[in-house]
Design a protein around this ligand. Structure first.
Ligand code: GLA
Length: 390
């Protein structure tokens, strides 16, 4: 997380030395289970030690003054304003407030400064961290009474209604519900979940960012979601019990190979295999069979790249190197796709060699440096005691 003194100093420069509270909410990684959340399937994310931090103080009015450290700018709006702000980053804050009001809460005005260290566009959910930190802070300061799970839905609906990305619940759920050292096996239909310790001895998680910035709002994400829904609509005609792709088995989908548009069939064929793959992967983890789990990560990558069509040349290139490097047991693109980073599970002794191999080959091929991102699996959204902050 950012050094608190930077955030506090930004707050004090803008709003003076008044009383404030301090909150953080993290980005996430996801071991396996991609593009399954909005299909009612399973995901296996964890919160990390990078995220968004905010120093915030209610100001007794209905006006929000929000200073973004990244943009070096303040946006001011009224919590009751009918129009959303022009700046997209401020729409996340405005959207969270509107979604809370929709559910009967009355958050008031406040002054705040916020910033983050979760890389933007790296597929680590900087936007969910932003929604979650404001959801959690406003819920606490204005006594709204929402549970963390409800705050996750508030964040997800902010994306749908104020940003235009019809995302699933994974990112916000991980940001709010994460626990140090644990991954969350989440059933995205029922929202029932289990936290599973993840600290395999002798292995490390390595994230390498392609530095290709994805932008889910660009539309392809919503197109994938619509293709999944088109698949469900066709299958539902014969199987009325099917509500989501979660309910479709690979065998059922096969019956529709000639009925569905080829592209819809391809997209659905990835999704119907991904949740069962995740559940089998959880069994590998329970047995401590990390190589078997890693093999499934490679399979996921192939599906995301060839069938789901959300990878890119740079991501495929890094995963290919991972495949050829001794000691890398699994690797795949992570998050929504179209850029962002590759998550790999690597034997501890092989991590340095893998990183060097990728850096060298990537620079030679694309004439730019990839970025290595170090993460530790950490707690979800929290309030910090201001007296203990340094
Ligand atoms: C983005 C979305 C999530 C999820 C992933 C893909 O991160 O916000 O809801 O769909 O993509 O698994």
């Amino acid at each position: 997380m950012l050094q608190p003194k930077k955030v506090i100093s930004a707050f004090q420069k803008n709003f003076g030395k008044c009383k404030f509270s301090y909150f953080t909410s993290p980005g996430r990684i996801n071991l396996i289970g991609e593009h399954t959340d909005y299909n009612g399937g399973f995901v296996l994310p964890a919160a990390v030690d990078k995220g968004i931090s905010v120093a915030i103080a209610p100001n007794g009015s209905t006006v929000v003054n929000a200073y973004s450290m990244d943009y070096g700018a303040t946006v001011t709006f009224d919590v009751n304003a009918k129009e959303k702000p022009a700046e997209q980053w401020a729409c996340y804050i405005y959207g969270v407030i509107q979604e809370m009001k929709e559910r009967g809460a009355q958050p008031g005005g406040f002054n705040c400064a916020f910033g983050g260290d979760v890389p933007l566009g790296a597929g680590m959910s900087s936007s969910a961290a932003l929604e979650s930190v404001f959801g959690y802070a406003l819920n606490t300061l204005f006594h709204c009474g929402f549970k963390r799970e409800e705050l996750a839905k508030i964040g997800q609906m902010t994306e749908h209604h104020y940003i235009g990305v019809n995302c699933g619940i994974m990112d916000q759920f991980a940001s709010l519900m994460g626990k140090e050292g644990k991954v969350i096996r989440l059933d995205c239909r029922s929202l029932s979940y289990k936290r599973v310790p993840f600290n395999p001895k002798g292995y490390k998680i390595v994230l390498i960012d392609t530095m290709v910035k994805h932008n889910l709002a660009a539309g392809e994400y919503n197109v994938r979601r619509a293709q999944c829904e088109a698949g469900v609509a066709a299958i539902k005609k014969d199987y009325p019990e099917v509500e989501l792709l979660r309910d479709v088995t690979p065998a059922m989908l096969e019956q529709y190979k000639d009925v569905l548009e080829p592209i819809v069939y391809k997209r659905c064929s990835f999704v119907v295999k991904e949740s069962p793959r995740l559940l089998a992967g959880c069994k590998d983890l329970a047995k401590g069979d990390i190589p078997a789990f890693g093999a499934k990560m490679f399979e996921t990558h192939d599906g995301l790249s060839k069938d789901y069509g959300v990878s890119c040349e740079e991501l495929d290139f890094i995963v290919d190197i991972a495949r050829k490097t001794d000691g890398v047991v699994g690797a795949r693109m992570m998050g929504g796709g179209f850029g962002g980073c590759v998550i790999a599970i690597v034997r501890s002794g092989a991590a340095k060699g893998y990183i060097e191999a990728v850096k060298k080959a990537y620079l030679a091929k694309f004439n730019k440096d990839p970025r290595v991102i170090n993460v530790a699996i950490s707690d979800g959204a929290k309030r910090w005691n201001v007296r203990n902050l340094k």
